[in-house]
Design a protein around this ligand. Structure first.
Ligand SMILES: C[S@@+](CC[C@H](N)C(=O)[O-])C[C@H]1O[C@@H](n2cnc3c(N)ncnc32)[C@H](O)[C@@H]1O
Length: 393
C-alpha cells in the first residue's frame, strides 16, 4: 500500500501525521476521553500494549505538558461557543482567560504534579520524555513486578521479592492490545479476548479503588460474557466506539470506571479472571433499590452538566453470565468518517510517518525473502529485469 493511497483512504492516518501523533489510534483515545473524561484528577497511568506510542503521547501531552486535548479541548470549545452566543456574562463559563486549573495567569500551561506513566509492549518503543517504557509481555506473570518497580523505583525492590503488591496504586490502566490478526475471525477474537483478560488481571492488581480501566475489545458473539465479568469489578461498564475506529471493524473499547474489588474476592494467580476464577456476581437489585438509584421503569435517565442526556435500559435477564453494556458512540459527529475515502488536492504533500517502526515483526520476513532470492525474494522490478534481461545499473 503506497503512502499516498493510504493518505487518501484514511483521513485519521493523514491527520495523525499532520498533528505529530505516532499512530492514528491517538484519536480513538481522545474521542473516548471527550465522552468519559478519563483524565480528570489522574496522575498515575499504565499504558499496556503501547507501541508505537500514540496513546502514551496523548498521556504525555495532557498530563505532563498540560496541553489541551480530548474532553478539556471540547469543554473549552463549548465555552467559547457559549461566549459567542451569550456574550461575556456568566453563561460563558470557563473561557480560558485568567488563571484556571490548567493555565497560569501568565497563560502558561500548568503540568500536573507527581505524574507517573509506564508504557509496556512486546515491541521496543521509541523514547518519549517523562514516560518509562518497558519491553515485556502482558500475558507473562513476571511483567507485573517490573511494572510495579517502574512505578515506584524508590520503594519497590524487585530483587527483594516484594511480589505483586505495590505501595502506590494507579488511577488508570489502558490497553490497546491487539494480536497480529490472522483473518480467521473466531481465532482473532479469542486471542484478543485473552489479551484483554491479561490486561484486566494486571489492572486488578495495580488499580486504586475508584480507578478506571479502558481496553480494546473485539465484539464477537460472546462479548456479553466479558462485559458481565467486568461489571463485577467496576461500577460502570460501557462499550465505546470512537468515530476514528472504522464502523466496519469489530473493534470497540470497554470503558470501566469506579473500580471496586468485590468483598472476599481474592485474586488467584492459578485461576485468573477469564481462566477459571469464580467472580462473585453483584447481587441483583430490587425494584425499590433500582428506583433509589434513579432507575424508573428499568430506564435510567441522567442529565449531564454538558447538557447531554443519557438513557440506560436495565436488562432484567435471569442469565448472570451475560449482560449488555450500554453502547456509546464517541467523537464529534462533525469529525472525519474513518470509513470514507476523501478526495485530496493535487498539490498536497504526503508526510512521512512521525515514528517509523523500531523493529517491525515483518522485518525478519523481508530480510529472509531478500536472502532467499528467486521469485519470492525479488521486487516487481527485479523480476521484470530478470525476465526481460535488461540492466539499468
Ligand atoms: C494497536 S497496537 C497499539 C497501538 C498503541 N496504543 C498506540 O497508540 O500507538 C497493539 C500493540 O499490542 C502489542 N501487543 C500484542 N500482544 C502483546 C502482549 N502479549 N504483550 C504486550 N504487548 C502486546 C503489539 O506489539 C502492538 O504494539
Amino acid at each position: 500500500m503506497g503512502k499516498s493511497s493510504k493518505d487518501k483512504r484514511d483521513a485519521y492516518y493523514r491527520l495523525a501525521k499532520e498533528q505529530g501523533w505516532r499512530a492514528r489510534s491517538a484519536f480513538k483515545l481522545l474521542q473516548i476521553d471527550e465522552q468519559f473524561d478519563l483524565f480528570r484528577d489522574v496522575t498515575r497511568v499504565v499504558d499496556l500494549c503501547a507501541a508505537p506510542g500514540s496513546w502514551s503521547q496523548v498521556l504525555s501531552r495532557i498530563l505532563i505538558k498540560g496541553e489541551s486535548f480530548g474532553r478539556r479541548a471540547w469543554e473549552e470549545k463549548q465555552a467559547r461557543e457559549r461566549k459567542i452566543i451569550y456574550g461575556d456574562g456568566e453563561e460563558g463559563g470557563k473561557d480560558g482567560e485568567g488563571e484556571t486549573e490548567y493555565v497560569t495567569t501568565e497563560g502558561e500551561l500548568r503540568p500536573r504534579e507527581g505524574v507517573k506513566i509506564v508504557a509496556v509492549d512486546l515491541q521496543p518503543m521509541a523514547h518519549l520524555e517523562g514516560i518509562t517504557t518497558l519491553k515485556g509481555d502482558i500475558t507473562h506473570p513476571a511483567t507485573i513486578p517490573r511494572i510495579l518497580q517502574a512505578l515506584d523505583p524508590d520503594t519497590y525492590k524487585l530483587d527483594e521479592g516484594q511480589g505483586e503488591s505495590g505501595s502506590n496504586p494507579v488511577d488508570l490502566v489502558l490497553s490497546d492490545g491487539a494480536p497480529d490478526v490472522t483473518g480467521l475471525h473466531d481465532l482473532d477474537i479469542y486471542v484478543q479476548s485473552q489479551l484483554l483478560y491479561s490486561a484486566l488481571n494486571l489492572a486488578l492488581k495495580i488499580l486504586k479503588p475508584g480507578g478506571a480501566f479502558v481496553a480494546k475489545v473485539f465484539r464477537g458473539k460472546n462479548v456479553d460474557c466479558i462485559y458481565a465479568q467486568l461489571r463485577c469489578f467496576f461500577k460502570s461498564v460501557y462499550c465505546a466506539k470512537p468515530r476514528s475506529s472504522r464502523a466496519s471493524s469489530l473493534e470497540a473499547f470497554v470503558v470501566c470506571q469506579g473500580f471496586e474489588m468485590p468483598k472476599d474476592f481474592v485474586l488467584d494467580p492459578q485461576r485468573p479472571v477469564g481462566l477459571g476464577a469464580q467472580v462473585p456476581v453483584p447481587p441483583k437489585k430490587t425494584k425499590e433499590e433500582r428506583k433509589k438509584d434513579g432507575v424508573v421503569d428499568d430506564q435510567k435517565t441522567t442529565a449531564r452538566d454538558d447538557g447531554v442526556t443519557t438513557i440506560e435500559l436495565d436488562s432484567d435477564s435471569e442469565d448472570d453470565t451475560k449482560w449488555i453494556a450500554p453502547f456509546v458512540a464517541c467523537g464529534d459527529l462533525s469529525a472525519w468518517d474513518a470509513d470514507a475515502t476523501y478526495h485530496l488536492p493535487k498539490d498536497r504533500i504526503s508526510l512521512d510517518p512521525v515514528q517509523p517502526p523500531t523493529a517491525p515483526p515483518y522485518k525478519l520476513a523481508l530480510e529472509l525473502r531478500r536472502q532467499r532470492g528467486g521469485l519470492y525474494g525479488k521486487t516487481g522490478k527485479e523480476i521484470k529485469k530478470a525476465r526481460e534481461g535488461w540492466d539499468d545499473s
